[in-house]
Design a protein around this ligand. Structure first.
Ligand code: ASP
Ligand code: MG
Length: 428
């Protein structure tokens, strides 16, 4: 077992990434450094890698100091994990990290070669070489420090620097990975450490939408979202950014621009809240997830229950207690650990896997009454029952029957008029 993550358990959106000690070289100044992160689909084959190389080169030719952070090609992280499971039923966490950190190195080495062919200097670096120091929690390590000297030196030498995403080196000198989707966090951490103006996240969608366009074809691309909204969106099912990357960006004031690799269109900015966002639309979006189990537990007090779940590394989300019954939700991925923890406690428990969760998120809820009334009226009209309701100051989340999830998303999207142009929050 890896040692228990320091911040496991608790409500995901309240977790706070430790502020890493960042070696910042004030003399070099922040201007002109861009961090550009490309996701797995963007580097999925040789042609796409060459296109990414061209993008990085044109940013360099525009006069920027360029740092590229790349994900592993296509689904190769999944393939490596599957391979590990063919060799071992319970791959040792340290070795799994050694294995899966390779995917990002492949992308970076190939991109560096392609950049050389375009007549520019480039260097690829592993997370460790790039100075990304983490704690020792394999599989979901947290960055504790960024020692950016080597990157600065390479940039000073006029090179484009390619950093393997998703990984670092632990304080015990082992290779660690940052959790699925962790290249986003690498990019944000480097943007903070290098004092970059913003961090460009290139991906296979055009930005953050008011709902999943596959469910709601009239969903709109948001121009701007606040950090807090993006945290809630990411925590409640929006897949576009790793939750921890958003926390990190908020804590370090890094502005993110989520945009498509395949077009030049502007995407979605994630930044400090600003009145102009809210005067256009109080709700930013409707998210959903199917990947949660809902547990009902009796015969245990919350303190030992959640201590045990935290110990087991279970990331608990919604918690509701009534009398001696506690209901909570947790990721389906943590199902085995959750069941084991509940068995250890010897409590009376059951789990439901037939529910999904639909959430309405918007910073404007803080100051506009009536959002809950409108949401429940709409669900009622559509004949959708809510099983568990939980809220934060800027979110209303409802667990509904899984079969009702898509209809609930569409219903709420319509109820808050998110298909109207104002929902985009565009402004000059
Ligand atoms: N390749 C890793 C993953 O699939 C990290 C990333 O893409 O951000 O989770
Ligand atoms: Mg991703």
């Amino acid at each position: 077992m890896p040692e228990a993550p320091v911040q496991s358990g608790g409500v995901a959106t309240l977790e706070y990434e430790a502020v890493p000690a960042v070696e910042r070289d004030e003399a070099r100044g922040p201007l002109g450094t861009v961090v550009m992160k490309f996701g797995g689909t963007s580097v999925a084959g040789p042609e796409r890698l060459k296109e990414v190389a061209r993008r990085l080169v044109s940013a360099r030719e525009a006069g920027n100091r360029v740092v590229g952070v790349l994900s592993a090609m296509g689904e190769s992280t999944d393939d490596l994990i599957a391979l590990a499971h063919q060799v071992s039923s319970r791959p040792v966490a340290r070795e799994l990290d050694m294995l899966i950190s390779v995917g990002e190195r492949i992308s970076c080495a190939l991109a560096a070669m392609a950049i050389h062919d375009l007549g520019h200097e480039a260097i690829s670096l592993t997370g460790s070489q790039a100075g990304i120091v983490t704690d020792t929690v394999h599989g979901k390590a947290k960055i504790v420090e960024v020692r950016a000297r080597r990157i600065h030196e390479a940039l000073d030498d006029d090179r484009i620097v390619l950093v393997a995403g998703f990984q670092g080196v632990s304080t015990a000198y082992d290779v660690t990975t940052l959790g699925r989707g962790g290249s986003d966090t690498t990019a944000v951490a480097l943007a903070a450490a290098l004092g970059a103006e913003s961090c460009e996240i290139y991906t296979d969608v055009e930005g953050v939408f008011t709902a999943d366009p596959r469910i709601v074809p009239s969903a709109r691309k948001l121009h701007a979202v606040s950090y807090d909204e993006m945290l809630e969106l990411a925590a409640s099912g929006a897949k576009v950014l790793q939750l921890r990357a958003v926390e990190f960006a908020r804590n370090h004031h890094v502005r993110l621009h989520v945009r498509s690799t395949f077009s030049d269109a502007a995407g979605t900015w994630i930044r400090e809240e600003d009145e102009r966002m809210l005067e256009k639309a109080i709700i930013s979006g409707v998210t959903h997830t199917y990947e949660e189990l809902v547990y009902r537990v009796r015969g245990v007090r919350p303190a030992p229950l959640f201590a045990d779940l935290a110990e087991a590394g279970v990331n608990v989300d919604t918690i509701v207690q009534t009398g001696d019954e506690i209901v909570f939700s947790a990721p389906a991925d943590d199902g085995t650990q959750t069941a084991a923890a509940l068995e250890r406690l010897g409590v009376d428990w059951s789990a439901r896997d037939d529910l999904g969760k639909v959430s309405v998120v918007g910073a404007g809820m803080k100051s506009h009454p009536g959002v809950a009334a409108r949401a429940f009226a709409a669900l009622d009209d559509a004949g959708i029952d809510t099983e568990i309701v939980s809220t934060s100051p800027i979110k209303i989340a409802c667990h509904v029957r899984r079969d009702d999830v898509e209809r609930a998303v569409a219903t709420l999207h319509e109820a808050f008029e998110l298909d109207a142009p104002e929902a985009e929050r565009a402004h000059a």
